[in-house]
Design a protein around this ligand. Structure first.
Ligand code: SF4
Length: 343
C-alpha cells in the first residue's frame, strides 16, 4: 500500500522513477520532471526479444544526467502476453496488460528506493489501445500506483496526482499535450537542446503479425525456457509436429544467433559442404523420420533445392563432437506450406 506523504516530508528532496525508453516522449517527460527539481531515477525495461534500444535509453539517461536501471522482462511477462486480461491490439500486443506489468514493477522499484512517484512519457490519445482516458486509468489502478503515476506531458488533462496535491511538484509547470502529433514534444526537445532521439516507428515485435505467428505457435505447443522465446526473432520457422519444430537461419548473422540461443536438447544441421543455411531442430530425441525431414529442409533452402538428395551433417547442442549425417527427404512446396509457421 502506498502511503500519502506527510507535510514534514515536503522540504526533503523529491524523488521519482521515470520510465525511459530512449524515445522522444520519455526523454522530454524526464527533462520536465528533472527541471522541477526532482531527483529522477530512470528505469528501462528490456524485452526478451528486443524492442526499444537499451543503448538509446542509456544515452538519453546520460544526456539527462540521471542514473538508469535496466530490468529484464522475463517469464512473468510471457504469462502476461499469453493471457492478457485486457486483450490484444492489432497482433499479439497486450498493451494495457504490458503496461500494468511494467508499471507494477516500477512501483516496486519506487518503493525500494524511497521515491515519491513514477512518471512516464505517455500522451493522452496518442496510442489507440493503452493511451485512452479509460485505459490509462485501468493501467494506474492495475499497477497499484493510484495517485502516484504522473504523466507530465498530459497531466493537465488528467486528474491531479498525489505529488501535485501534496505540493511536491508544481502542476502549473506540467503540460496538456494530446493526440498523435509529436510537434509539441519536438519543439520542447529542440528548446532543451535534445536532438538525437530515435523516430517512433518500428518498435515492439508483438505488434508485428509475422512475429506474433511464431509466438502463438510456442504458446500452443509449449516452450522449455524463457531464453527459447528470444530465438523467435530470427529465421524461418516450421512446425513438423507437436513435439518438433525447426528454425532455419537466413544469413550468417541469424545462423550464429540461432546456434547461440539453441536449447541443450536441440540438434544443429548443416550441409556437409557448408554452403547452405544452418537449421536448429527443436525437440527431444528425434526419430529417423524427423531427422530426414530436418535435413530435407536444409537442402530445400540451399542451392541444391532441385537436385538429388545431399548429405547433411548434424550434432546435438550438448555434444558438438558427436557429428552424424543423414540424407534429407524431398520437401515439395505443398509440404512446405503445410508446416510453415512463419517464413
Ligand atoms: S507496443 Fe509492445 S511494448 Fe508497447 S505497450 Fe504494447 S505490448 Fe507493450
Amino acid at each position: 500500500m502506498i502511503q500519502q506523504n506527510s507535510n514534514e516530508n515536503v522540504n526533503r528532496k523529491v524523488k521519482a522513477v521515470g520510465l525511459i525508453s530512449g524515445g522522444l516522449d520519455s526523454t522530454v517527460a524526464a527533462k520536465i520532471v528533472k527541471d522541477l527539481g526532482v531527483e529522477v531515477h530512470g528505469l528501462f525495461f528490456a524485452m526478451p526479444w528486443g524492442c526499444c534500444d537499451k543503448a538509446q535509453a542509456q544515452s538519453a539517461a546520460d544526456r539527462l544526467e540521471i542514473p538508469l536501471v535496466i530490468l529484464q522482462l522475463d517469464e512473468r511477462y510471457l504469462k502476461v502476453v499469453e493471457n492478457p486480461k485486457y486483450g490484444y491490439g492489432r497482433a499479439l500486443n497486450p498493451c494495457v496488460d504490458c503496461r500494468i506489468h511494467m508499471f507494477t514493477r516500477a512501483g516496486q522499484y519506487m518503493e525500494s528506493i524511497g521515491a515519491d512517484f513514477v512518471f512516464t512519457g505517455e500522451v493522452l490519445g496518442q496510442r489507440p489501445m493503452s493511451q485512452l482516458r479509460h485505459s490509462m486509468k485501468w493501467i494506474e489502478d492495475g499497477s497499484g500506483l493510484q495517485g502516484r503515476l504522473l504523466r507530465p506531458l498530459c497531466a493537465k488533462l488528467l486528474d491531479p496526482t498525489l505529488p501535485e496535491i501534496e505540493g511536491l511538484i508544481d502542476r502549473e509547470k506540467l503540460l496538456r499535450i494530446s493526440g498523435r502529433s509529436r510537434k509539441d514534444q519536438k519543439n520542447l526537445a529542440h528548446q532543451s537542446g535534445i536532438t538525437d532521439y530515435p523516430n517512433s516507428a518500428g518498435g515492439c515485435m508483438l505488434t508485428h503479425e509475422h512475429f506474433a505467428q511464431k509466438m502463438r505457435d510456442i504458446f500452443k505447443f509449449g516452450y522449455r525456457s524463457f531464453r527459447e522465446t528470444i530465438s523467435l526473432k530470427w529465421g524461418r520457422h516450421f512446425r513438423i509436429n507437436e513435439h518438433f519444430k525447426v528454425i532455419l537461419g537466413r544469413d550468417e548473422t541469424e545462423n550464429g544467433m540461432l546456434v547461440q540461443y539453441a536449447h541443450q536438447d536441440d540438434h544443429i544441421f548443416e550441409l556437409k559442404t557448408q554452403d547452405g543455411p544452418m537449421l536448429i531442430l527443436k525437440g527431444y530425441n528425434p526419430t529417423q523420420d524427423i531427422l530426414e525431414t530436418a535435413a530435407g529442409l536444409v537442402q530445400r533452402f540451399s542451392r541444391y533445392k532441385e537436385g538429388e538428395p545431399v548429405e547433411v551433417k548434424y550434432w546435438p547442442v550438448k555434444n558438438p563432437e558427436d557429428v552424424r549425417s543423414v540424407f534429407g527427404q524431398s520437401i515439395n512446396e505443398e509440404h512446405l506450406q503445410k508446416i510453415a509457421i512463419a517464413q
